[in-house]
Design a protein around this ligand. Sequence first.
Ligand SMILES: [Zn+2]
Ligand SMILES: [Zn+2]
Length: 119
Amino acid sequence: MFEKMEARVALCKCKEGKRTYGIRFERMGERWKYTWAFPVKEAAAKRENYDQTKIVGGIEPDKDYPGCPFCKAMAFVICQCGKLSCYNGDDSNFICNWCGFNGRLEGYKGSGFGSGGDI
Ligand SMILES: [Zn+2]
Ligand SMILES: [Zn+2]
């Protein structure tokens, strides 16, 4: 109860109009729970250093997580570039809204995309 709560915000880009929003993560031991999402301008996000955030460990949604404020997607994908993009769950291909990376979602286990090198 008296433990100081550690919370961070990660930026996510929605594919609808390429708008950005922040996702708030709260630390729950070794894991992070994402609890809230709110629209944020990209310039403001830079000022707040949201793009410097690094979250390591498993993540899971809070039961009250509202989803993307624009397209209502409840899920997002973490790209190899380290940024988040909306994912609405009905496409096995994913295109990063930040760097344009295009790949398949299969095999992603939450530890991040590999950096390649052994084709
Ligand atoms: Zn969205
Ligand atoms: Zn990317």
